[in-house]
Design a binder for this molecule. Sequence first.
Ligand code: DGL
Length: 260
Amino acid sequence: MSSKAIGIFDSGVGGISVWKEIRNQLPYESTIYLSDSKHAPYGPKEQKAIIDLSIKNTQWLIDHGCKMIVVACNTATTNAIDQLRIKFSVPFIGIEPAIKPAALQSKTKKIGVLATEGTLSSNLFHKASELYLNDLYLVEQVGDGIVELIEQGKLYSNEMRNLLIKYLKPMIKAKIDCLVLGCTHYHFLKPILQELLPKYISVIDSPEAVAKRTKSVLQQCKLSNNKVLKGESQFYTNGDQAVIADLLESKNVTLKKIEF
Ligand code: DGL
């Protein structure tokens, strides 16, 4: 049993979608969230750079006393989690595009995947999606520019709407009936996607599954917090605090700016 915090990192504010689910499912656990907004987006970077940034983020969280790490970034998971597991001894949970649930749900067997270039070009993504490719047609789309707009606090902007219209058009034309959001930032697009997509297209992402997995790994590793006090949530960013504060919609957290 351990009252230490769960460490969560992302290239920016996207992983807050994962933190929210962890908070819901594990209210007695403390969390430390590290937002590396200064180096966002990770998506267009070389794999080596993504690995180096992921190691730096993990080291920071471990130095701040975390008992396990949730990689709340599809790009970092698909490019760096193997290296992180080799380098550090704490348990890791990663997030990946939810191809399996979409494959099970899809009737047209045509699925859209919106993700970063780093995720779509990774070996891990190829291996995971190959398992379903006999039976499934994937329409992959790199979401260039989306992370940048969210990091600038321009979620509900015309620029965002226009980008999404452009990215969704080929998917709708190809008759997808499921859209997988393969980047944690994209979770925050859901209200806009609801407006832009025909009703028969389901939007699927993974924060809930990641929180469920976090819970079960904590139990397996005997790392759950047995104190019945509510967990504390701390947020650290090397970017704009106002953008995080907006997405958090909560006053019961600590939010600090760091040089990192
Ligand atoms: N939230 C990250 C992900 O899930 C965004 C990647 C980026 O910074 O490009 O992939």
